[in-house]
Write a protein that binds this ligand. Structure first.
Ligand code: URP
Ligand code: ZN
Ligand code: ZN
Length: 528
């Protein structure tokens, strides 16, 4: 650390009297938007990794980071990005999105083109999307999602949802993990009659995940109780507006399912990832489990950390409907703040968006009954600036923590580190430049998603992503996108992530030895 500080002082001196730096960023139609663009030098930025920050130059070539040093000279072939006074951070990795997902009778309106463009404008350069089975087949689902992703503008990976349990599902999970780079499987404990699985299926699925080295994930809400709650709220209390969504899915049902999933995963002894932890109670369940030594990961979302449930009571239906997601956005002063603190203290590990967007026309399907209102909110573009504003500008976390929760931790969990998630020589040149002085207000008029609303509308951000680089290409600069469909690549996520599975075999061996079973008995003697 002391060496890093010293280096950084030397670097500061270099920046105070820099060589003339010309900003020659990419223009529309330039080579750099075609992929594998020429050499790029990012000059004089505060380079932040999860463990250190220092002022450095970064030389990029062939889509990779070639050199990081205090002073790198640019040749005439090299484009230079002047990053002095700005932060340079590893490209964001959003571990939870649903692009073009068919859900509740609609298809999420951000595609792998529009969703990716929004992401790149907000500093995210990779995401992991949830593919759903097609005709009961996980392999068909994976193929279908690869087709959707032909338009990819940035790198992406897949989780797969498991919505039933049988031999074919088990075989396909193993096949996808071994051959297609899918190392995480999500089980829905809610959405009864659609995606929900039973506890027995959950246990079978967890056990299989452990066997194939995949990470089990859960959407934790008690789906049976939610169904009963919806009936009561809608039919007995005649509450049919978006507020009925919040009232029918209270935090207690999220807490119950979170605890149940954790207990089942602990019993099976497999790592578990709880997606979209939205309530203080669910976070506390994660905290207890981690304290008890279980391999449990909790993921809050940008919306859950920063917004308030009161929006679902908004008299304007469009606004209220835009905020409907599951589990619901909770009380900011109770839940949101507790989630922020848990993130600060590493009880929660990383931040996602759960970007699943339905436009006002699609949401209007639920104008007479919240039960058919498509669930989901945006965040791909907003996650980084909103979190920076909320957590870094307030001093809650450092820029290094910020890098960990928006990028590095996801790379480690999903086993793509150090290809992604770090600014290091040899790593993919996925990074962004954030100007901490620029102020702007989020608006659907200026965002890049296909959505016509934005749950973060009106939030004043201080800190803007001014340049994004994906695999060495400048894809966002000076408020303009320079990207094209099909430039993004599929990233295989390999099973048995050492970050999650390291030591599990030894733990298992000990548990097995402690069983002292089966006991050897001479049954012939008894019944002779
Ligand atoms: O409301 C949400 N979260 N929609 C997307 C599907 C899911 O549950 O993650
Ligand atoms: Zn979910
Ligand atoms: Zn989701």
């Amino acid at each position: 650390m002391a060496v890093a500080r010293l280096l950084s002082l030397v670097c500061v001196a270099a920046v105070l009297c820099p060589p003339s730096v010309v900003s020659q960023t990419c223009k529309e139609g330039d080579k750099c938007s075609e992929g594998g663009g020429g050499k790029l030098l990012i000059k004089g930025g505060i380079v932040v990794n999860e463990d250190v920050e220092m002022i450095s130059d970064i030389l990029i070539d062939n889509g990779h980071i070639q050199l990081i040093a205090t002073e790198i000279a640019a040749d005439s072939e090299t484009r230079v990005v002047d990053a002095r006074g700005k932060y340079v951070m590893p490209g964001g990795i959003d571990p939870h999105t649903h692009l073009e997902m068919p859900f509740m009778g609609e298809v999420a309106c951000d595609t792998f083109a529009t969703g990716h463009q929004a992401a790149l404008a907000g500093g995210t350069t990779m995401h992991i999307d949830f593919a759903l089975p097609v005709d009961g087949s996980l392999v068909k689902g994976w193929e279908e999602w690869r087709k959707k992703a032909a338009k990819a503008n940035m790198d992406y990976g897949f989780h797969m949802a498991v919505t039933a349990w049988n031999d074919k599902v088990a075989e396909e999970m193993e096949y996808l993990a071994k051959n297609k780079g899918v190392n995480s499987y999500k089980f829905f404990m809610a959405y009864k009659g659609a995606l929900m699985v039973t506890d027995e299926q959950l246990v079978e699925g967890f056990r299989h995940c452990k066997k194939i080295g995949a990470l089990a994930q859960v959407h934790a809400e008690n789906g049976d109780a939610v169904a009963a709650g919806q009936k009561y709220i809608a039919e007995e209390l005649q509450i049919l507006g978006p507020e009925g969504h919040a009232l029918s899915r209270p935090a207690i049902l999220e807490v119950e399912a979170t605890e149940r999933a954790i207990n089942l995963a602990a019993w099976v002894n497999t790592p578990l990832y709880v997606v979209h932890v939205m309530s203080k109670g669910a976070m506390e369940a994660v905290a207890r489990a981690r304290q008890a030594g279980y391999r449990i990961i909790g993921e809050p979302t940008a919306a859950g950390l920063t917004l308030d449930e009161s929006k679902m009571w908004d008299p304007d239906f469009k606004t209220a409907a835009a905020h409907v997601m599951s589990p619901p956005i909770r009380k900011h002063d109770v839940d949101g703040i507790a989630l922020q603190n848990a993130l600060k203290n590493r009880v929660l590990s990383l931040v996602a968006t759960d970007h699943a967007v339905f436009n006002s026309t699609q949401k209007a399907k639920g104008k007479h009954d919240f039960r058919v209102l498509p669930n989901g909110v945006n965040g791909l573009e907003e996650r980084i600036p909103v979190l920076w504003t909320t957590m870094v500008n307030t001093g809650k976390i450092t820029p290094m923590d910020f890098v960990r929760i928006t990028s590095t931790e996801a790379a480690r969990i999903f086993n793509v580190y150090p290809q992604k998630g770090v600014i290091r020589e040899g790593s993919d040149a996925d990074l962004y430049v954030l100007d901490p002085t620029v102020e702007y207000t989020i608006s659907p008029q200026t965002h890049h998603s296909a959505l016509d609303t934005n749950v973060f509308e009106g939030i004043k951000c201080r800190g803007k992503v001014v340049t994004t680089i994906s695999r060495g290409d400048i894809v966002w600069d000076n408020n303009q996108l320079f990207t094209k469909d099909g430039r993004g690549q599929y990233i295989e996520t390999k099973p048995f992530s050492p970050y999650l599975f390291g030591g599990l075999e030894q733990e298992e061996a000990l548990k097995r030895a402690e069983m002292n079973a089966p006991v050897k008995r001479n049954l012939d003697k008894i019944y002779a």
